[in-house]
Design a protein around this ligand. Structure first.
Ligand code: TTP
Length: 703
């Protein structure tokens, strides 16, 4: 989701460096005889000659495009050299490219704060370096400016004599009457050219760059003149640049939000957004996205260069195009096992090298159903807390897949696989590990770190079996699953036994007593079963709208009281299930609440919660009705408290989308996590709830 950030008034110099036809360059470094030849890297599969994933600039001249397959590329350019990506475990092995990307980052990081944006893209904040240069050796004082700098493109700068471009650029760089911003950018251009030459010398890779006062503009500019060139964006040229810049090409606008701008507002270029007031954009897309759109129309972006040299996540995926589509669970399991093996290896090496652990495992897939391989429908992505160890990741991944499949085909069981309506095919599978956390070094801090996550508790033992089993329908072990963990290992998210124990001993400086494991609550308990079914727990933010709702911060005296009361009782528990556990004993079974007419989700409050449909959230929060009947309600005239007849006790329900998220702020942090996971999927576009107050949601009787 786009995030509006206020731009600082300070002058900044940000560069975005993007490697040219990166995989091709990596392959050409391995095989120097390919240099200068039309070359393309193809995916690992022979279907129609394999999909092209990187195309050299020589091949582009012949009309070879990334969208082509090998066969087609050979038709338009018979002399093309097709190189297959390295292969491991029957799929592409991108490690060579990742490592090559790291080589580049390590050169750049010497000069400023770097953010690795992708396998071959880096942002670098050169403000300090440019300021220092301007002070000590400004461009106009330089006897010699390198040719590479003089080849820079300066947006909006009209070169009068085409034959004298370098001389003209030199003049622009050395203007003594330039404003401070442009002077800094001129210094930035000199530094970036130097860095690019350094990268070429040390890695043999060429790259292109954009130099501007913010990340957004630097990124736009780096793609404007490729390969091996750089583009400067003076402030005065921002309006001209955005005026004609296609809206769908803008970062974060390639998807639904960009399409909505086109179809609903008739906006086709970024500049056309200038026609709309901030209020209008906010009304249509929500406060945050509205402001973000208003900002980008003006080239405003306050986003900082994050200072991250390591990837944000790890992923392993594979496509199964055409006839290769996976049509049985056992085939899916076979490939998931391989993908998980690779993921696990990379997580292990990240842990070894960087002392980082990942906290979330996500499964994505593309699929078709009903035997129609052309009709791809969205296969729901699913997430759960990540447990280290290849076998555990494999087990959790297949469970996530099955949860997704069940939702995807509406109803799923093995017996009906053969029937036409339940036929399906998987054309793409991937697993990703995200939410990377660096483990603080030092005995004291590591204890503190784990202490926060692993408070002693027996809550898991009280987690309803039914919930666990339903959520993990085919757990091979029949026991431990991504939802039902209670081993020390799973809590720590640590890798295989030996490494884990070794690492813990080293970290704590003491013997680790494994037997203590049973007493600890694991992170997975923070995940509601519904969240896993919905793929919402800890789900990575998607770059499309829904738009974030405005948050309302209101005092919530009633709920606060309840929370305080329970918190005192339940200190140390990590799950909302546990949080309310004292009230289960005498509860009755819960009736499942169907999705309401508006597609909303209903949270049924009662006991013996059965994990059921993805649109129904059931949790054992009976205590709310015990202590605070009036705390939950709806505002649409439907009964807020649905007393379940025949069960002897009331089971309360409320529609999730009608609960003010600010209520969650009042809950203990560990409970907040879980409740937030319930809220996430309910964010909807074009809804700006104004004037919502907590009493509105939590009044006893709604008409
Ligand atoms: P890009 O930076 O998008 O492209 P590129 O470096 O090949 O070419 P350009 O000079 O135009 O920037 O992608 C970087 C690498 O990522 C690319 O070399 C191959 C890989 N890649 C894929 O594997 N699949 C894809 O769909 C894309 C877009 C890239």
């Amino acid at each position: 989701m786009p995030v509006a950030t206020r731009e600082t008034s300070d002058a900044r110099v940000i560069a975005h460096l993007d490697m040219d036809c990166f995989y091709v360059q990596v392959e050409q470094r391995k095989q120097p005889n390919l240099r200068g030849l039309p070359t393309a890297v193809i995916q690992y599969n022979s279907y129609k000659g394999g999909a092209l994933i990187a195309v050299s600039y020589e091949a582009r001249k012949y009309g070879v495009k990334r969208s082509m397959r090998g066969d087609e590329a050979q038709e338009v350019c018979p002399q093309i050299q097709l190189v297959q990506v390295p292969v491991a475990r029957g799929k592409a092995d991108l490690n060579t490219y990742r490592n090559a990307g790291s080589e580049v980052v390590s050169v750049l990081a010497r000069k400023g704060r770097c953010e690795r944006a992708s396998i071959d893209e880096v942002y670098i904040d050169l403000t300090e370096a440019a300021e220092a240069m301007l002070k000590e050796a400004p461009p106009e004082n330089l006897d010699d400016i390198h040719e590479e700098v003089l080849k820079s493109h300066v947006l909006g700068f009209i070169v009068e004599d085409e034959n004298d471009t370098k001389k003209e650029v030199r003049k622009w760089l050395c203007r003594s009457d330039a404003d401070y911003h442009d002077k800094l950018l001129a210094c930035g251009a000199i530094i970036v050219a130097d860095l690019r030459m350094q990268v070429l010398k040390e890695t043999e890779f060429s790259c292109s760059a954009g130099i501007a006062h913010n990340k957004m503009l630097a990124k736009l500019a780096s793609a404007m003149n490729k390969p091996a060139q750089q583009t400067i964006v003076p402030r005065s040229s921002v309006k001209g640049l955005l005026e004609s810049f296609p809206i769908k090409k803008m970062k974060q606008l390639g998807g639904k939000l960009g399409s909505s701008l086109q179809s609903d507002l008739g906006v086709n270029t970024v500049g056309e957004l200038l026609k709309f007031s901030e209020e209008k954009l906010q009304q249509r897309y929500g406060i945050n996205t509205g402001t973000w759109l208003w900002n980008i129309a003006r080239g405003i972006s306050g986003e900082e260069v994050e200072g991250r040299l390591l990837p944000k996540s790890h992923g392993s995926g594979k496509n199964f195009p055409g006839p290769q589509a996976l049509k049985t669970i056992s085939l899916v399991q076979h490939w998931l096992n391989r993908l998980c093996e690779e993921l696990s290896e990379r997580l292990q090496s990240d842990l070894d090298q960087n002392k980082r652990i990942a906290r979330t495992l996500t499964l994505h897939a593309r699929a078709y159903k009903g035997g129609d391989s052309d009709s791809h429908k969205n296969f729901p992505s699913k997430s759960c807390p990540l447990r280290y160890g290849t076998a555990k990741i494999q087990e959790d991944a297949i469970n996530l897949f099955q949860a997704g499949l069940r939702e995807y085909i509406g109803f799923y069981n093995n017996k009906s696989l053969g029937s036409q309506s339940n036929r399906w095919g998987i054309t793409s599978l991937s697993v990703a590990a995200s939410k990377m956390v660096t483990i603080p070094s030092g005995t004291h801090s590591i204890v503190k770190y784990f202490g926060g996550q692993l408070q002693p508790s027996s809550s898991l033992k009280q987690t309803p079996e039914s919930v666990i089993h339903e959520a993990a329908p085919s757990s091979p072990s029949g026991g431990e699953s991504c939802l039902g963990l209670n081993s020390y290992e799973s809590q720590l998210g640590y890798p295989e036994e030996d490494t884990r124990m070794k690492y813990l001993r080293a970290s704590f400086g003491q013997q680790v007593d494994q037997s203590k494991g049973d007493d600890l609550t694991e992170e997975s308990s923070l995940l509601s079963p519904q969240a896993i079914e919905n793929g919402t727990a800890e789900k990575e933010p998607q770059p499309s709208f829904p738009v974030e709702e405005p948050r309302h911060i209101h005092a919530v005296p009633t709920l606060k009281t309840v929370v305080k009361k329970n918190t005192a009782k339940e200190k140390g528990n990590c799950s909302i299930l546990k949080f309310f556990k004292n009230h289960h004993d005498h509860c009755t079974s819960v009736k499942q609440h169907a999705t309401n007419g508006q597609g909303g989700k209903t949270l049924s409050i009662g006991s013996e919660s059965n994990y059921h449909s993805d649109s129904t959230i059931n949790n054992q929060v009976e205590s709310l009705k015990e202590t605070n009947h009036e705390a939950i309600g709806t505002d649409n005239g439907e009964s807020s408290a649905s007393h379940e007849a025949g069960e002897g006790r009331a089971s309360w329900s409320y529609r999730m989308e009608e609960i003010d998220p600010s209520v969650v702020d009042e809950l203990p942090p560990e409970i907040q996590l879980e409740v937030r996971a319930w809220f996430r999927p309910l964010k909807r576009p074009n809804v700006v709830k104004r004037g919502s107050i907590i009493t509105h949601y939590f009044s006893t009787n709604k008409d």
